[in-house]
Ligand binder design. Structure first.
Ligand SMILES: [Mg+2]
Length: 254
């Protein structure tokens, strides 16, 4: 029997990386797996809430040039992507973009006032109690600082009355690591559909293996333009992911 042509989609944080003191740490075992997937010429897409700049400047620091060029990025839930060697942004309605900017100011002000914080914009965690905002282009991300009792559920509770005002255009995703706010229509489903469209323009891939560690990642399985088999990995359990990849590459079936 002929083996089906396969492809791979990965969430990044907590799936390809482990969390150590709020920071996403790359697991070299997994980088090696990605290299093996590349050598077998299976397409690889990162379907992530992270921005393209973070992936390219932090995550990609740990991988070689060939692999860097091979892996495509569908960042900010498919809103800001990296393919054809450049950053490509999804067209979104002007109204939604305006709401994102307005809402960001309102949310930030509300959280800072309520919790008596100053905002801090960076990819790197602050060393003092602050509202840690991760740089993003078309979405908003407030990162968790559990050491200071600053957790995403708390942020959400504070901004909820404001968020309701924007509920026609914006929605929130809460995880242990962050509160993400993005346009209502975007999700890991739309991001995976974009990834499949770009990675497999001739529709040759018969089966996509997708991996993620949070509930929102499960939406990758809903992509309508491909046959996606989703695996939920426990956050930071990269050894589990490693075992599954090895089994798939050895021709194992699931
Ligand atoms: Mg994750």
């Amino acid at each position: 029997m002929l083996k089906p042509k396969i492809g791979f989609l990965f969430d990044v944080d907590g799936t390809l990386t482990t969390f150590k003191r709020n920071d996403s740490v790359v697991d070299l075992l997994i980088i090696n797996d990605l290299e093996l997937i590349r050598k077998k010429k299976h397409p690889i897409g990162l379907v992530t809430g992270r921005g393209v700049d973070w992936v390219r400047n932090f995550f990609f620091n740990h991988i070689n040039e060939t692999l860097r060029e091979y892996i495509l990025i569908f960042g900010e839930y498919g809103l800001v992507n990296w393919y054809k060697g450049k950053k490509i942004r999804k067209q979104i309605k002007k109204e939604i973009k305006e709401n994102l900017f307005l809402a960001k100011d309102e949310f930030t002000k509300e959280i800072c006032e309520y919790l008596e914080l100053e905002s801090y914009v960076s990819y790197v965690a602050p060393d003092k109690r602050s509202l840690w905002i991760e740089p993003k282009e078309l979405m908003i991300t407030y990162r968790s600082l559990p050491f200071f009792g600053l957790i995403p559920e708390r942020f959400l509770k504070i901004i909820n009355p404001i968020l309701e005002k924007y509920s026609d255009t914006l929605k929130a995703y809460v995880s242990e690591q962050a509160l993400d706010i993005l346009p209502v229509k975007e999700s890991k489903k739309t991001a995976a559909e974009k990834a499949i469209r770009i990675l497999d323009p001739n529709k040759e891939i018969e089966l996509w293996y997708a991996f993620g560690d949070s509930e929102s990642d499960e939406d990758m399985a809903l992509a309508r333009n491909g046959n996606v088999k989703f695996f939920k990995i426990e956050t930071s359990m990269t050894s589990d992911l490693h075992r599954i990849i090895q089994k798939i590459l050895a021709g194992g079936t699931f």
